[in-house]
Design a protein around this ligand. Structure first.
Ligand code: HEC
Ligand code: HEC
Length: 293
């Protein structure tokens, strides 16, 4: 009898069947592994594409919302330059910010700088995030951050003369990093620093408003307002008087997190950057209802 063309599929030997089975599984595994490797590349390409689009959207947002003060290419104007070597290399050290530059930008854009005392700028950095009553969503704040971060590679090429940065009053160095270093020596050389000075030097002022009271309807956007700290501090932690509580808040910010605020946001280790006398004076000053600014 004539065999059909597919008769080769009639395999009798169990050994051959098993061998073919194993071979089929191996082939499937190889195919999957190969696809997995391709997928990795595809996802990387997708991410790059996504980042690119985020930067594009950020560019539009920047032109519409930020360029009037920071310049169309981040060269500065009524507000500080952002497309600046100083900004990408030295700024965080000068303001004693312990997170990444990306966090610094995101935080500044989200909350603005409504509280800065004695700003040299005639305009204020507005609050942008809808979380704090501003007009932009989280993804838009991220796009703006991506856009500003995307200047890094070109900004790093700037010579000191090309860098459009104008020194801030509170961070006078332009290029070299000299401003950050002497901070540690200052107390020994000139005696204890005033609480007002510490409050600005250690960046407290970036997150805490000193004059606004902290109430349910008037909450500080980043950290609690301190206009009425003397009223709030005695009631925060049972068994801790106001002074103990404020000491502990600075030494160990996460020991008690004020409800409604993020843990881990206030930097730990700030207390190590002042002498015990300076810390005591800072606490007394923060709790003084008639505090002088
Ligand atoms: C009305 C003017 C104005 C507008 C509009 C404005 N800014 Fe600002 N911005 C400022 C000023 C002034 C400062 C500096 C505030 C200070 O610390 O005294 C600042 C600070 C910043 C900083 C921190 C700079 C540093 O070195 O500490 C970033 C980042 C920033 N702005 C980004 C933005 C972005 C992004 C937008 C648009 C969504 C924007 N700004 C819109 C005025 C403005
Ligand atoms: C990056 C932002 C940030 C900086 C910088 C910062 N804080 Fe805070 N601080 C917070 C946040 C957020 C909270 C609320 C969460 C918590 O209790 O840890 C807070 C809470 C506090 C409290 C408790 C306030 C209350 O109403 O109970 C005190 C006191 C305080 N900070 C003092 C300081 C001092 C002094 C400095 C500077 C040496 C400083 N902070 C720097 C963000 C900051």
């Amino acid at each position: 009898m004539h065999k059909p063309w597919y008769s080769f599929l009639y395999i009798k030997s169990p050994i051959v069947k098993i061998a073919l089975g194993i071979l089929a599984v191996l082939i499937a595994v190889v195919v999957l592994l190969f696809q997995g490797a391709l997928e990795e590349k595809r996802m990387a390409a997708q991410t790059a594409n996504w980042d690119g689009r985020s930067i594009e959207k950020g560019a539009d947002l920047f032109a519409n919302n930020c360029a009037t003060c920071h310049g169309f290419n981040g060269e500065g104007g009524a507000g500080p330059a952002l497309n600046s070597k100083y900004f990408f290399t030295q700024r965080l050290a000068d303001v004693n910010f312990t997170g990444t530059l990306e966090d610094y930008i995101k935080l500044t854009v989200s909350a603005g700088r409504p509280s800065k005392p004695n700003s040299q700028w005639s305009v204020m950095m507005p609050t942008w995030s809808s979380r704090y009553g501003g007009p932009l969503r989280d993804d838009q704040v991220q796009q703006l951050t991506d856009y500003v971060m995307n200047w890094e590679s070109t900004a790093l090429q700037q010579t000191p003369e090309e860098d459009p940065w104008i020194p801030f009053k509170d961070a006078p160095s332009k290029a070299t990093g000299e401003a950050a270093a002497p901070a540690a020596e200052t107390p020994a050389a000139t005696g204890p620093r005033e609480p007002q000075v510490i409050f600005t030097e250690l960046g407290c002022a970036g997150c805490h408003n000193l004059t606004e009271p902290q109430t349910d309807s008037n909450r500080g956007p980043v950290g609690p307002n301190m206009g009425n700290l003397y009223e709030n501090a005695p009631n925060r932690v049972p068994g801790e008087d106001a002074s103990t509580y404020v000491h502990n808040s600075i030494r160990d910010p996460n020991a008690f997190v004020v409800p409604g605020y993020q843990p881990n946001l206030m930097p730990a280790g700030l207390a190590d950057r002042m002498t015990p006398e300076e810390l005591d004076a800072l606490v007394a000053w923060l709790l003084d209802p008639n505090r002088t600014q």
